[in-house]
Design a binder for this molecule. Structure first.
Ligand code: C2E
Ligand code: MG
Ligand code: MG
Length: 675
């Protein structure tokens, strides 16, 4: 019934209107919905765009920033601007203090001092784990936020002050390198707003971007550190030391009365440890030494030197120059006594044995000191002088300190010159051999020669072997030189033997280095073969100390030389230490009595007695004796009376060039034939 009534009321026109109305409503709502969607999309698009701009701004400024601080400042400003936050702040994680946060003075603050109290309060708080919002972020490695009104001030100590300043909420996020939190950025907002997913994602992205800046800075710092430090000991290296020395020098020019000094420390016999116990033990020793030195430097009584930084000084520094060399800069010293006291302390720090590879080893140090009162223009010169002084400490017997003085420099200069000239001497034909005849004292007849090295320098004239042979040994020239000397002397001997038909002998001096090495026997064998001198006419001269340094090694070499029919002489006998029992074991043929006992023996009973004892000893052992340095007839007479077999000295002949030496024996030939 009602159906028919309705049907009756609804005219076709009404129905059409209703239908149109419905359609209109549908279309309107569809349009509104579409507009809403479009607007939301636009808003989102705008938001995305803003976010992209923010990320781009931060990325660009992070790349351009000269420091982490600068990048952080930019980021704080950009985020504040983006989110309409009035206050932003940076906190840095302090690795050394077990992940606490250091509140930095880096803020973005758009107010005129409105937040000053809050800022001061913030900077006074140490944000440990879980303390305050930054602590929470640091602990959780994730962003966090709080509503100032809905949290208690116990866990968040700054909330009351934030509220007082009209701030309603705090938001913070971490700066990350991988999973490590390196900094926290915190922001304060005037309205409470719960961050949405998009904001959180955005801030996480910024955190990663800023983390890259910190990482870049760390890499740079590590490179810088590595460039200035020694990896083994972690001490400063040469570059750092020179840099600090330079700073001290500049300060000395500015500040009247400011003094500093350099100590150059070198271990004694480090090579022995390195060669004997191996490189690892050598490294251990270097590290242990670095520790001992730096520990005893820390004790340096600052009281007696005044506060170290009064003059803006950089403090003392210990550096490793390389190898077993350490240098120390003592900054702002008030007397020359300071480096001396420090040097003494360093030496006593070295006194206890080191335990290396389970072995106890005693290692001493030699120390050179240079003071800046000498007025250096170049700090390298100061370092060089400390080095020279150290060298003198070694020369004086090691395990001591020496203060540099200018006479040392002259000596050092001469030595340097000697070194470089000596390297060229051989190729420039400046080396030659003099020959000093060895004669029988009764008739002065030449029985042989000793070859003595000479260096004729075109500018400096003749340099004596006593001066330059030790240098040649030190700079590693002696082996090559020794080979040349042996060859030259044997070639000369062969000529004279051929001419005279007599088995005259040739004595050649050996260096300790040649004896301690392994090539000597082969060299001698080769030389004998090449020159073809008569068997048993080559004599090699060695000193007692060379033999006693390693008697077993010497013995083995001597045994092999004996097989080659080479004779051995102990040179300068009586001046060195030798053990009689060792002497008996050695296959020695001749003793050469040192010149110091022969010279003026006719005036000194004690000298004569020494020569007598040596004669007895020699004859008991069945050795020949040569007396060196006989200059007068009286000395020769005494020597002959004592039964000395041969004499070598100015009384008969001085050392001379080969042709003069040859002429000398040729001259003797007729008279020798008459007798
Ligand atoms: P040495 O082997 O004891 O040589 C003897 C030194 O005494 C030589 O000095 C010689 O010139 C000097 N002399 C000889 N008779 C007299 C004298 O009557 N009065 C004085 N005042 N001196 C006399 P020289 O040539 O200066 O050599 C010094 C040292 O240098 C040598 O002492 C030797 O140890 C070393 N030497 C010389 N030539 C060589 C060499 O070719 N190789 C090595 N390794 N060392 C050498
Ligand atoms: Mg000699
Ligand atoms: Mg001698």
């Amino acid at each position: 019934m009602s159906d028919s009534t309705d049907h009756a009321l609804a005219t076709p026109a009404d129905a059409e209107i209703a239908r149109l109305n419905r359609r209109l409503r549908r279309e309107t709502s569809a349009r509104q919905e579409a507009e809403m969607i479009a607007e939301r999309g636009l808003r989102d698009l705008f938001q995305r765009q803003q976010e992209i701009v923010l990320l781009e701004t931060i990325a660009a400024s992070a790349n351009a920033a000269a420091s982490v601080e600068e990048a952080m400042r930019h980021a704080l400003a950009a985020v504040c601007k983006f989110a309409y936050w009035p206050l932003g702040h940076l906190l840095l994680v302090d690795d050394n203090a077990g992940r606490t946060l250091n509140s930095t003075p880096i803020w973005h603050d758009e107010s005129d001092g409105r937040y000053d109290t809050l800022r001061t309060l913030t900077e006074s708080i140490a944000f440990g784990r879980c303390i305050g919002l930054p602590g929470k972020v640091c602990e959780g490695s994730a962003p966090a936020w709080i509503n100032a009104h809905s949290h208690d001030a116990g866990a968040y100590p700054r909330l009351p002050e934030a509220q007082r300043a009209g701030l309603c909420s705090l938001f913070a996020f971490p700066v990350m390198i991988d999973t490590e939190v390196v900094a926290v950025l915190e922001f304060f907002s005037m309205a409470y707003q719960e961050p949405d997913e998009a904001l959180l994602r955005l801030m996480a992205q910024i955190g990663i971007q800023l983390g890259r800046v910190v990482e870049r800075e760390r890499t740079r710092e590590k490179l810088m550190h590595d460039a200035l430090h020694d990896p083994l000991t972690r001490l400063g290296n040469r570059k750092l030391f020179l840099d600090r020395l330079q700073q001290a020098q500049l300060r000395a020019r500015r500040v009247p009365g400011y003094q500093f000094c350099v100590l150059f420390v070198d271990l004694d016999r480090f090579k022995g440890v390195n060669d004997g116990l191996g490189h690892q033990a050598g490294d251990q020793l270097i590290i242990a030494t670095a520790n001992r030195l730096s520990a005893s430097l820390r004790q340096t009584d600052l009281v007696s030197r005044g506060a170290i930084d009064q003059s803006g000084g950089g403090g003392d520094i210990l550096a490793r120059m390389g190898g077993d060399e350490f240098t120390i800069l003592l900054d702002n010293i008030n007397s020359e006594q300071v480096p001396v006291r420090v040097a003494e302390r360093l030496m006593s720090a070295m006194a206890d044995a080191f335990v290396l590879d389970g072995q106890q080893v005693i290692v001493t140090a030699s120390i050179g000191i240079a003071l800046n009162k000498n007025g250096y223009d170049d700090v390298q010169d100061m370092l060089r002088d400390a080095d020279i002084a150290m060298y003198h400490a070694k020369q004086q017997g090691r395990a001591r300190w020496v203060m540099f003085d200018s006479a040392m420099q002259e000596k050092a200069l001469r030595r340097l010159q000697l070194e470089s000239e000596l390297r060229l001497a051989q190729e420039r034909d400046q080396l030659w051999l003099a020959y000093q005849p060895v004669v029988t004292p009764r008739d002065g007849v030449i029985r042989g020669f000793e070859a003595l090295l000479r260096w004729e320098h075109p500018v400096y004239g003749a340099a004596g072997p006593a001066e330059f042979i030790p240098v040649a040994e030190e700079i590693g020239l002696i082996s090559a030189m020794g080979g040349w000397i042996l060859g030259q002397a044997c070639r000369q001997l062969r000529l004279w033997q051929d001419e005279s038909g007599q088995p005259m002998t040739m004595s050649v001096n050996l260096s300790a280095i040649q004896l301690s090495g392994n090539g000597l026997v082969a060299l001698v064998a080769q030389t004998l073969k090449e020159t073809g001198i008569l068997a048993g006419t080559l004599k090699l001269e060695l000193t007692e100390s060379m033999v006693m340094a390693d008697p077993e090694h010497a013995l083995e070499i001597f045994r092999q030389l004996k097989e080659l029919n080479v004779k051995l002489s102990l040179d300068d006998f009586g001046t060195g230490y030798s053990s009689l029992s060792q002497l008996r074991r050695l296959p020695i043929h001749t003793l050469k009595i040192d010149r110091s006992f022969v010279s003026q023996m006719d005036h000194h009973d004690d000298k004569r007695q020494i020569v007598e004892v040596i004669m007895m000893l020699a004859h008991t052992l069945g050795l020949d004796v040569v007396a060196e340095g006989a200059e007068t007839a009286a000395e020769v007479d005494l020597l002959q009376a004592m039964g000395v077999d041969f004499v070598q000295g100015y009384h008969f002949f001085k050392p001379m060039p080969a042709d003069a030496a040859g002429a000398a024996w040729r001259e003797q030939q007729p008279s020798a034939q008459h007798t």
